[in-house]
Design a protein around this ligand. Structure first.
Ligand code: M6R
Length: 616
């Protein structure tokens, strides 16, 4: 949540304002309810900030206009946690002297006590945010005679919580300070010229590919074209290695598509082909650990949780053992009395920064000797630090707030592990395993074919359902994961109310809502649940439900019962059906995307959401 961007340079001929605006816009997916910028000139800070999206603010106040001699700027795009999205609550926040400015991504848990103490000492607050205590605490430490860096360190010793911080001081025009604890921060560098900080790499990727990834409890002093790192607990200097970013900025830009969401749906086949190349050795390590484990849990949030539901189904099929899927925010409560040593926890997170997932893993590791296997899309993300083994999915950067290509690459990765398990256990014939492998290898092509030929039919479904605001997404077996994920997408980007549910269980209550024309989307690959699903379709049809079904190419029975069908171009045998969460979900992502457009919404910026949820 929230994006931070900072720059310090010694270059005369660059347009600082433009770089800052473009940098912070590339982080807008992290939060977009207000934005602010601070720059420094002649020992004075210049702040511009307001509520609203960056483009709206830019129309009112020119965020790119800085004093000519400015060489340093910090910027922030906000996802409100403490205090409404107003101008006063926008970052940066300043101390009483107006000399210290702070932008912050994260939450200071004990801010209420600290704020009371500061107020009693006469400090004046202009916002309702937790962040505003930080510049005031630094102000106190500097008045006590500490230098800028030590004041930051001492001030942060008083704060409990999570932060990615960038801090500048009007009397220190040649440097600024950043600190990381549980909220991501990366440093980009053009040696000898310019240094950047950001919550995520795309913010500076058009300017440099060289970067440092900060770890928790690290502080960095950024100067033009140079940076020094310190451990905030020991104040010792840390040597860090520069990393070279291999992907191109095109991967994080729209490249001719109207929205990131659409672009990222169309990137799925390529992202999956890349993910298929994950090292077999690594997959085998995961497979062996799971094979020898007695208790296996899989944990995640949101879309990653639905990918986990699909993945646990596929892995269990080949592993012959039950895997319990637990939402990460519930893991501690559910396992507090039952977690056993040697349990294995698979953690799935696109960002690797979701605080609930990280906390679940940290808790489990603190309680028992568990093994953590992580699947994430972000190299070096926080979650990877608490993991015994990590697989990085190869989706490339995902900017759209709604997860799309990362869902598919997560399920694919879990499926690849499942195939390795099948090979190890040898309970299937080699020829059988080869057929599953071939079906999995064909999934990118199936998706590509679907996306190429079905946009008009999806738009037709959108038109047919334009008056509907409530939906059921129903399925049985493994497809319940698809129903939940497809429903989540429509909820997020099209603001419709959706119940993604078991088709069998729906008659125990939800069916009470069905009236003439109520839309029910059935996910219906012809697997072992198909015959029973026909019965469920009939139950809903008998009550006037409008039946929209997702079926395979040659489907007949459910097609006959449906008002509308969406046909996925794939065979309907067991080798393909087990991977249907991968091949069926893009249709539902497209449905959500075009429904969002139809209702005049912005699918890249759903209301109240943020790409990375770093609050509990
Ligand atoms: O980065 P993560 O995969 O851990 O994120 C988990 C959820 O916050 C995320 O999937 C969320 O549900 C998205 N908005 C889904 O589109």
């Amino acid at each position: 949540m929230c994006g931070i961007f900072g720059i310090i340079t010694n270059q005369k001929n660059i347009s600082l304002g433009k770089i800052v605006l473009e940098g912070i816009k590339r982080l807008e997916y992290r939060g977009y309810d207000s934005c602010g910028i601070v720059t420094l000139s002649d020992s004075k800070l210049y702040v511009k900030k307001d509520s609203g999206r960056i483009d709206e603010i830019q129309k009112k106040i020119d965020l790119t206009e800085f004093p000519n001699d400015s060489k340093l700027a910090l910027a922030h795009t906000r996802w409100a946690t403490h205090g409404a999205p107003t101008k006063n609550n926008s970052h940066p926040h300043l101390d009483c002297s107006g000399k210290i400015a702070v932008v912050h991504n994260g939450i200071i848990d004990n801010f209420i006590e600290l704020r009371k103490e500061l107020a009693q000492k006469g400090h004046i607050f202009k916002s309702e945010t937790d962040t505003e205590i930080i510049p005031h605490l630094i102000e106190i430490k500097m008045k006590e005679g500490l230098n800028f860096k030590d004041s930051v360190i001492e001030a942060l010793k008083l704060c409990k919580g999570a932060y990615g911080l960038a801090i500048c001081h009007a009397d220190h025009p040649d440097s600024f300070i950043v600190v990381r604890k549980e909220s991501p921060l990366v440093i980009g560098i053009e040696e000898g010229k310019t240094t950047y900080c950001a919550s995520d790499i795309p913010a500076f990727l058009p300017l440099t590919r060289k970067c440092y990834i900060m770890d928790d409890d690290e502080l960095a002093v950024l100067k033009a074209g140079e940076v020094e790192f310190f451990d905030i607990n020991t104040d010792k200097k840390i040597e860090k290695e520069i990393q070279l970013i291999e992907w191109n900025i095109d991967a994080a830009e729209k490249g001719g598509y109207e929205h990131f969401m659409l672009k990222e749906i169309y990137e799925e086949p390529t992202a999956m082909k890349r993910t298929m190349k994950i090292s077999k050795d690594l997959l085998r390590i995961f497979a062996k650990i799971l094979w020898s484990a007695e208790n296996i849990y899989i944990t995640a949030a949101g879309t990653s949780f639905y990918a986990s539901l699909a993945g646990k189904f596929i892995i269990s099929r080949f592993l012959g053992k039950y895997i319990q899927a637990i939402e990460c925010s519930e893991l501690q409560t559910q396992l507090s009395n039952s977690l056993k040593d040697e349990s294995v926890i698979i953690a799935v997170s696109q960002s690797g920064e979701t605080i609930d997932t990280i906390e679940a893993i940290r808790w489990a590791k603190s309680k028992k000797n568990v093994k953590v296997l992580t699947i994430t899309n972000v190299v070096g993300s926080s979650l990877t630090r608490y993991s015994d083994h990590v697989i990085v999915t190869q989706a490339g950067p995902e900017i759209g707030v709604a997860a799309t290509k990362t869902y598919n690459t997560q399920v694919l990765t879990l499926a690849l592990i499942a195939i390795e398990i099948a090979k190890l256990r040898k309970v299937e014939l080699d020829s059988e395993i080869k057929k599953y492998e071939k079906a999995l290898e064909e999934t990118p092509q199936i998706i590509e074919n679907f996306l190429k030929n079905n946009v008009d039919s999806i738009k037709g479904v959108v038109n047919a359902l334009e008056k509907s605001v409530n939906f059921f997404f129903l399925a049985r077996g493994i497809s319940i994961a698809t129903a939940k994920e497809g429903g989540l997408k429509l909820k997020e980007v099209a603001c419709r109310f959706i119940e993604g549910y078991s088709a069998a269980h729906a008659k125990h209550g939800p069916i009470a809502l069905v009236r003439e024309g109520f839309p029910i989307i059935f996910i219906a690959p012809p697997d072992e649940t198909y015959q029973r699903l026909i019965g469920n379709v009939m139950e809903f049809k008998a009550r006037g439900g409008k039946i929209i079904s997702l079926v395979v190419e040659n489907d007949k029975n459910i097609t006959e019962l449906s008002d509308i069908t969406i046909r996925i171009p794939q065979p309907g045998d067991k080798y393909y059906n087990i991977f249907s969460p991968i091949t069926f979900t893009p249709a539902l992502q497209l449905l959500a995307y075009y429904t969002s457009l139809h209702h005049g919404l912005d699918p890249d910026k759903p209301l109240n959401l943020s790409k990375t949820v770093t609050v509990h």
